[in-house]
Write a protein that binds this ligand. Structure first.
Ligand SMILES: *Cc1c(COP(=O)(O)O)cnc(C)c1O
Length: 339
């Protein structure tokens, strides 16, 4: 029986074709800048995102960290969402390695940061305060796509306030496909953009940080300091290239499957079901039943996220039939409970 893993889009496994491309990759020492496949991936990512340069890094966390270190120095500050990955889910790396202070703000209902609150959060130039340098946004944020008009507004406000802009675009391709625009339209207001290749795009490892040549040159130094200088990394970069060539347009299927899952589950009275946001949705079972639900589904080969509000994520290893199987398994669980 196939396992349907809805916990995250990080669980995708490289396809046979992707593995073949990886095995055949031309490689060199990337710390010397001599890995042709890494260089090709970086050029391709920069071009797609509309930036001068890109750098291949092992993870999204290192990508965000090198971005923070490249934008900010010791005693500087960045503004980010209270639940933003870069602030909440990356171990406080900016503070640990860079002496960089976060200024978290609550996300609005739509995943944006209110720009008046951003304005108020910027510290006056006074030696009592940290120096506010950077505004970090996330897109998609918990699956939510930030409106393009908001990105333009945020960029105007950031300029006015003298802040640089970083986008945690782990799932930026989901946003672009959802909006039906080239990804550079989503990236264009930002000084740096971090993109995960290892989520919905299906590569086993890796992220790219894109930005100006000057910024990415600084990021090169920080990647080395953070221990992210890899040698014959072309084997990994080849998977990233393959992902960018073959797995972008198909993200629309994931969005469709998430909608199908949301509408299928919405018929179960006991369950509170969110609308699908790109490839992510949330379900809340009655208090105290999440663990039993998780176990019953696992017994049928269906894996779902932890907690009481359960996250379900579609990706390239989840097909329409898997969604139907999942809906049926949820229905069986709640039908059984009623008797
Ligand atoms: C997954 C994720 C990251 C970090 O990526 P890793 O490769 O897991 O380190 C950063 N930001 C967001 C929004 C993510 O979803």
């Amino acid at each position: 029986m196939k396992t349907v893993d809805l916990r995250s889009d990080t669980v995708t496994r490289p396809s046979e074709t992707m593995r073949r491309v990886m095995a055949a990759a031309e490689v060199g020492d990337d710390v010397y800048g001599e890995d042709p496949t890494v260089n090709r991936l970086e050029a391709m990512a920069a071009e797609l995102l509309g930036k001068e340069k890109a750098i291949f890094v092992p993870s999204g966390t290192m990508s965000n960290l090198t971005a923070l270190l490249s934008h900010c120095g010791r005693g500087d500050e960045y503004i980010a969402g209270q639940d933003a990955h870069i602030y909440r889910w990356e171990g406080g790396g900016g503070a640990i390695f860079g002496g960089i202070q976060p200024q978290p703000l609550d996300f609005e209902e739509d995943g944006t940061l209110d720009l008046d609150r951003v304005r108020n959060a910027v510290k006056p130039a006074d030696h009592h305060h940290a120096v506010t340098r950077l505004l970090c946004l996330e897109n998609t944020q918990g699956g939510r796509v930030l409106p393009l008009s908001y990105l333009g507004d945020a960029s105007r406000v950031a300029k006015e306030l003298g802040l640089a802009m970083h986008l945690d675009g782990a799932r930026i391709f989901n946003a672009a496909v959802y909006l039906g625009v080239p990804v550079r339209e989503v990236a264009r207001h930002f000084d740096s953009v971090s993109v995960c290749l290892s989520k919905g795009l299906g590569a086993p490892v890796g992220s790219v940080l894109c930005g100006s040549a000057e910024l990415i040159n600084r990021a090169h130094r920080w990647r080395k300091v953070a221990g992210g200088g890899m040698r014959q990394a072309g084997i990994l970069a080849a998977a990233g290239i393959h992902a960018l060539q073959h797995n972008v347009e198909r993200l629309a299927d994931d969005h469709e499957n998430a909608e199908l899952l949301s509408s299928g589950l919405s018929h179960i009275d006991e369950l509170m079901v969110s609308q699908a946001r790109t490839n992510i949705l949330f379900v809340t079972p009655p208090a105290g039943s999440a663990t039993a639900l998780r176990e019953a589904l696992a017994a049928e080969g269906i894996l779902i996220g932890g907690g009481d509000m359960i996250r379900l994520v579609t990706h390239l290893d989840v097909e329409r039939a898997d969604v139907e199987r999942t809906v049926a398994a949820f229905k069986r669980f709640f039908a059984g409970k009623g008797k």
